[in-house]
Design a binder for this molecule. Structure first.
Ligand code: Z5A
Length: 209
């Protein structure tokens, strides 16, 4: 039986980073640059990106609830599957480049390195959740948690995840670093001005188009 997403013609690109690294800004700049080059590109984000997934996002980030790490993993994964079915697979099947602000590497970094869940367990859930999708390029905008929060003007306390300690975000950052060292993520220097980071990202993207 043919699964949705099997015959996709587009490319799937992920941008990762800690809070305030500039992911949202850079994803929007990348989509604009690609469209200006005549490449049809669409922007989306996780958690969220589709109606049900956006409802799950609001629940996941609400400080009123305190799900454990396994519950978090399944909530992010449920939102991801809905997002894939409703937005990502159709966009790829239509030949678009899809630029996604966060994806499965965030699950490894936050629920794995941050919360301490077994990494192989997460990899297994991730693989089943996204099948048959293959990521064409995943980048990590390298900005430390201290610098990221400084850029944002501090943590947003209405976001449950941002209420975590600096130690937690340092473990998350270390996780992203390990994925870069293992070749799963392409490291992008995020220390300069937005335009410099955007150039670094576009250079990496052009290699896979
Ligand atoms: N999460 C998870 O745990 N597991 C998962 O599987 C997934 C996610 C998918 C929601 O993510 C939370 O979910 C997140 C991870 C977790 N947790 N936390 N904490 P989100 O993506 O919605 O939230 P975020 O990462 O916190 O986004 P953000 O704070 O908006 O950061 P950003 O998108 O990287 O940054 P930005 O909005 O583009 O820029 C931030 C500020 O920096 C802004 O004022 C810019 O003008 C400024 N900026 C940007 N670039 C620069 C440069 N180059 N220099 C100086 N200033 C800059």
């Amino acid at each position: 039986m043919k699964n949705i997403g099997d015959s996709r013609k587009g490319k799937f690109i992920v941008v990762e980073g800690v809070e305030g690294a500039g992911k949202s800004r850079q994803c929007a700049m990348l989509v604009d640059s690609l469209n200006a080059l005549g490449v049809s590109a669409v922007l989306t984000r996780e958690p969220g990106g589709a109606p049900l997934a956006e409802k799950l996002r609001a629940l996941i980030l609400d400080p009123e609830y305190s799900p454990d790490a396994v519950t978090e993993l399944y909530l992010y994964s449920a939102a991801r599957r809905d997002h894939l079915n409703k937005i990502i697979f159709p966009a790829l099947d239509s030949g678009n480049v899809v630029v996604c602000d966060r994806f499965i590497y965030s699950t490894l970094a936050y629920q794995g390195y941050g919360r301490g869940l077994d990494l192989d367990f997460i990899r297994n859930v991730n693989a089943h959740t996204i099948a048959p999708l293959e990521v064409d390029l995943a980048m990590f905008i390298d900005v430390s948690p201290e610098e990221g929060f400084a850029r944002k003007g501090g943590a947003d306390k209405s976001d449950r995840l941002e209420c975590e300690s600096l130690e937690f975000f340092n473990r998350v950052y270390n996780g992203f670093n390990e994925m870069c060292n293992a070749g799963e993520l392409v490291r992008i220097d995020g220390s300069g001005k937005k335009e410099q980071t955007a150039d670094n990202i576009l250079r990496a993207v052009r290699r896979i188009l």
